[in-house]
Design a protein around this ligand. Structure first.
Ligand SMILES: *Cc1c(COP(=O)(O)O)cnc(C)c1O
Length: 366
């Protein structure tokens, strides 16, 4: 049996005619930049995320970059984040010429450890960027308390966590900014690149809106240097079809996760820990095993898709050598990088497929 890590064709089959109809409307209108589809998606994502404002952008990466630029973070500034995340989180900090300052993760949730943040704060610290990894939100009450005490901005990297909930609050709605990605493998995936910034501060929302369009206001008059971070209306059209299904798709992932949890109970497979404060959206279902590389190899041979998110923490990536970190600086991140493995969790998985995944995993780990 073949069980891919993700099967987007299975999802597309259920919405194909609606997507084609929406895209045709864009093509017939020939409004090829911005326009009503982007505005409608922004309004609906703002509502879905319990935020006042949403600004469509070209990717999750550009969402993060635009937020840093809108907050005026740049040369000489420091931003605290986790080394156990997708590259863009820290890459964007470096791209605005600020310094990424890493803080280790909690080994249970894989999210930044709030108790370690204060030690990393200096006079140059301007912001904290927690990442809601794999679909579960970071401990935002603790993070916001530190931010308030030290007068720091908070940018939530919620690229993997749209619709996720922490103590009744939606991902992206707690910090100064929240960033979503519509990369096709995210729970709400476009048919190409796309992203969204959400916030509750009108001034920041206006700045972000200008930032995605070179900072021009009015046209051809530039108050500050922005970029072309605009969301494509074809993406907005496809996402408008998918958004109404998102809750149900994320619930399907949670159901699949419960099934795995039950089947892995009592084995050597470490299943995801979900805090009682959180409702996760399981962008990834990540297990933890001592013999991870052997397991990954065996699963691939058996036709079971799996992936390592992420194999090398950011503090020891070559491009960040100039920051001066070394192996051993963040032991929890380094250990997780050696033991984590994501299994297929997409909502269209059948019981037979899940049973095959479970059997294939237990053969190696028992
Ligand atoms: C996907 C992702 C991003 C970047 O999103 P893109 O749309 O691919 O640019 C940023 N941060 C995290 C944690 C992500 O998972």
């Amino acid at each position: 049996m073949q069980v891919p890590l993700l099967d987007l064709k299975a999802q597309y089959a259920t919405i194909k005619s609606d997507v084609l109809k929406q895209i045709n409307e864009v093509l017939d209108s020939q409004v090829c930049i911005g326009g009503p589809k982007v505005a409608e998606l922004e309004q609906k994502i703002a509502q879905y995320s319990d935020c006042k404002f949403a600004v469509g952008v070209s990717s999750g990466t550009d969402a993060i970059l635009g937020c840093l630029m809108s907050l005026g973070i740049g040369n000489g500034d420091e931003v605290i984040t986790t080394p156990f995340t997708f590259f863009a989180t820290a890459g964007c900090i470096a791209r605005v010429c600020a310094k990424p300052v890493f803080v280790d993760i909690d080994p249970k949730t894989y999210n930044i450890t709030p108790a370690l943040i204060e030690k990393a704060i200096t006079k140059k610290t301007k912001a904290i960027m927690p990442v809601h990894l794999y679909g579960q939100m970071a401990d935002m009450d603790a993070i916001m308390a530190i931010a308030k005490k030290h007068n720091l901005a908070v940018i939530e990297d919620a690229a993997q966590s749209i619709g996720s909930i922490y103590k009744g609050k939606k991902a992206g709605s707690i910090g100064n900014f929240g960033c979503f990605s519509f990369f096709p493998s995210k729970n709400l995936g476009g048919i190409g690149d796309g992203g969204m910034v959400v916030c509750n501060d009108e001034k920041l929302a206006v700045k972000m809106k200008l930032m995605r369009d070179h900072g021009q206001n009015p046209t051809y008059y530039y108050n500050f240097v922005g970029g072309n971070f605009r969301l494509d209306p074809i993406q907005a059209a496809a996402l408008l079809v998918k958004l109404p299904h998102l809750e149900q798709w994320s619930a399907g992932r949670r159901k699949n996760a419960e099934y795995y949890n039950k089947k892995f109970a009592g084995s050597k497979v470490g299943v995801p820990f979900i805090s009682p404060d959180c409702i996760t959206i399981y962008n990834q279902y990540v297990i933890r095993v001592a013999n991870r590389d052997a397991l990954a190899k065996s699963l691939k041979e058996k036709g079971v898709g799996c992936a390592i998110y992420y194999p090398l923490p950011l503090h020891i990536q070559e491009c960040f050598a100039y920051l001066g970190y070394k192996q051993g600086d963040f032991p929890q991140s380094e250990k997780a990088a050696k033991e984590v493995l994501a299994l297929p969790i997409y909502p269209e998985l059948t019981d037979e497929m899940q049973d095959y995944v479970v059997q294939s995993v237990l053969e190696v780990t028992k």
